[in-house]
Design a protein around this ligand. Sequence first.
Ligand SMILES: [Zn+2]
Length: 292
Amino acid sequence: MKRWWRLRTIDNLWSQFVKAKYCPISNMVSKVISPNNSNIWRSLLKIRLQAEQHIKWEINKGKVLFWWDNWPDQGPVAPRVWLERKLGSITVQNFINNNNLNMNSLERVITNDLIQGVMDTEIGERQLPDKSIWTPTTNGNFTCSSAWQIVRQKQDVDLLAKMIWAKGTPFKISFFMWRLLRKKLPLDDRILSLGIQTDSNCNCCREQLPEKVDHVFTTSLFAMRIWNQMATPLGISHQGNSVQGALDCWWRVQPNNQVHKHILLITPCYILWQLWRARCDKRLLFLKDSTK
Ligand SMILES: [Zn+2]
């Protein structure tokens, strides 16, 4: 990741060589990996997407890529336009007029809803080079420790996927877990986040609280009772205030053997699955009663 950062932000002999060799015409942010590329270039492109999410540009001269670089507050422009469009390597300076972004020029390439966000971008001193900011650090400077944190988080996600899709777990449970952890279950909080109003409350307890993922699966009295009933006999204390936290309580226990390992792996998934089924049954009952 450090190499990608240096390639993108430092103008030296090495970065000039790489640009000239691999991207003489196109730009390196959108360059497609080719099977004929060298190992070094391929490994750079593999980390590109992850690294680019954390590189922000402050516009001065305007040499950054209009479509691909992360300079508007809303993120790069290219992913927000039709994929069929041919996007070139034009730079932001093509759209700057008298130290401001030129609305007429922008109107020729992007739609009005995008222009509004782009126009808010501040243009700095034109004689200075554009400034690259590494967003994970407060001072904007790249550090290896911040890069490591990013890579480690990705490993955690990969580990989670490995646990969910483990051999021996029924597909319906794995698929349910995948939906749960990706926030794709149609709970009220998810529906609200899509801009659809709901006036229902949770059906899991008497408090009738807003239906949120953590409430339904871990923090409601009903959920806590189920977790404790299952965890206590195995010497596990349920301290999860979130689904991830509840899973951690089980998955961080050192297993004694393969059977124990499988039990630790699959039991919390089953508990979550049963909590979901109970929720759906209660919601159905509630809907039936309310339509009578
Ligand atoms: Zn409840």
